[in-house]
Write a protein that binds this ligand. Sequence first.
Ligand code: SF4
Length: 193
Amino acid sequence: MRPVSYNVKVKKLENDISMAEMPDGHTGQGFFATKLDDVIGLARKNSIWPLPFATSCCGIEFMGTMAAHYDLGRFGSERLAFTPRQCDLLMVMGTIAKKMGPVVKQVYLQMAEPRWVMAVGACASSGGIFDTYSVLQGIDQVVPVDVYVPGCPPRPEAILDGLIRIQDLVGKESLRRRNGDQYKALLESYGIQ
Ligand code: SF4
């Protein structure tokens, strides 16, 4: 068995329980004022619903990430779903054949905005070791990717790190971003209206 090390410090529950951080704002007696963007971002980042699109070995690492050792539920993401319309984070894990590319894109299109995408592992990020005629050389050829997780396979710590980076993006995203010209141009570059 390979040795397991944790990148998460065990905390004493009685005096050091982790809480979601408070957004920047102004406080006084009986009130707290902050930006709507920050409140929505705080709620979204701590309730991400992932859709795991796992085709091969990286999916097994994700199963480890979900299990009790690493426990993705600590990040508010224990509610996995295989129904694109209910999810806001597409996690693509494993080798994606070119024939599978349109399927990944269809799943992405079925997700409602705002949606994010994480490419987990070398295969999803770049085709990995499979520089062949049949393998898609990165899912960013068919859908826009927000975070790439390196590794073949990435350890569960790396997948958690990727999720934390997605949380950072989600928490800081302006509510207007999805209506902006830059975002529309990004989608149009993928042939998405
Ligand atoms: S990156 Fe490595 S571990 Fe992950 S699916 Fe590809 S070959 Fe398998």
